[in-house]
Design a protein around this ligand. Structure first.
Ligand code: COD
Length: 303
């Protein structure tokens, strides 16, 4: 089980280099991350974006563009589509969102002709390393599915179980979060969480242990759970949390990043190939970590 980003990066270096297609490359943090990942032997890059601006950014950063293939496309929507197509045509093994809005790249990914759709729901996972937690904590879905219903939550959980397995976690422990740990018929998240837990018990979700409803304190702390009389197989050892909707997930992750110094990594799941998807405001460090996660997921998908 990989417990830190250092371990994740070490493993990704071992599996690299993989071909990475970058959608809209002309940004310093994007190019800094891509170059660091290249220098570590994780990737070779195909840069799709405004060539003139990419050259200028790389000149400032002293990055030698002879190590890259560049496809010139100034229009961001078109650049996203080209970068996605490179992956669907198997000219690249991974995709990375560069300097463009999330919804724009998601639309290209969902495109019936060029996109990276599978028969699964696409969902996003944020991976966080927190100072006082002994392993990586994954949260889903705070970036793609706006208000998932139970059926969609089943798929989001299945995606995150597979992702956790790419981190060499044999039986990932997933908490379906709500505001309470008892079912309250007026709180949909608690009803869904109870169903998800039962569905995992009955084999309708496979490969991991799912428990819920759990409030976040009971998920993350065995002591808090026991204090409330809850004996949960996931408490205190949770690998991933399912949040009720995009707002709760987004606020959860950004709260930890800005108030608890968590450095996030982000990846899109359920696609034919992994998609590195972090916020434009996330640092180059986050982006390198996300590339590393993408490589592990790619290896897992193709194993
Ligand atoms: N997985 C698989 N297929 C999907 C998914 C999904 N998660 N979402 C939509 N589809 C398919 C639909 O079945 C349909 O065939 C097609 O895609 C279009 O569906 P729409 O009309 O619902 O999709 P859009 O284009 O209106 O919206 C899709 C988005 C992903 C853009 C939308 O859900 C969205 O805006 N999500 C939030 C993104 C965001 O702003 N994140 C910011 C946080 S960083």
């Amino acid at each position: 089980m990989l417990k830190t980003f250092e371990e994740v990066i070490e493993r990704a270096c071992h599996y690299g280099p993989k071909r990475l297609s970058v959608a809209v490359s002309q940004a310093e943090d994007v190019m800094t991350a891509v170059e660091q990942a290249r220098q570590k032997g994780m990737i070779n890059g195909i840069l799709v974006g405004d060539k003139e601006q990419t050259i200028s950014v790389c000149k400032n950063l002293k990055i030698d563009l002879n190590n890259y293939e560049i496809i010139d496309q100034k229009d961001k929507t078109e650049a996203a589509r080209i970068a996605v197509s490179l992956v669907s045509e198997k000219k690249a093994e991974l995709l990375m969102k560069g300097m463009l809005g999330t919804a724009r790249i998601l639309k290209a990914l969902l495109d019936k002709e060029i996109g990276l759709r599978t028969n699964r729901l696409l969902s996003h996972a944020y991976v966080l390393k927190l100072e006082h937690y002994d392993r990586l904590l994954t949260m889903t879905d705070g970036a793609m599915n706006i208000a998932p219903n139970l059926e969609q939550k089943v798929q989001i959980i299945q995606n995150v179980i597979d992702f956790c397995r790419s981190l060499e976690i044999e039986q990932p422990k997933i908490a379906a979060l709500a505001a309470v740990e008892l079912v309250n018929p007026n709180m949909q998240a608690s009803l869904d969480a109870a169903c998800l837990s039962k569905m995992a018990e009955r084999g309708q979700i496979t490969g991991g242990i799912v428990d819920g409803p759990l409030a976040f304190d009971n998920a993350i702390s065995k002591k808090a759970a026991l204090y409330k009389g809850i004996d949960s197989p996931v408490s205190g050892q949770v690998d991933a949390v399912l949040v009720p909707d995009i707002e709760s997930g987004n606020i959860f992750a950004k709260g930890l990043v800005y108030l608890a110094n968590a450095e996030p990594a982000g990846i899109l799941l359920g696609t034919t190939a992994p998609v590195i998807l972090v916020s434009r405001s996330d640092t180059a460090v986050s982006k390198v970590r996300s590339i590393a996660l993408g490589i592990l997921m790619s290896v897992y998908q193709n194993s």
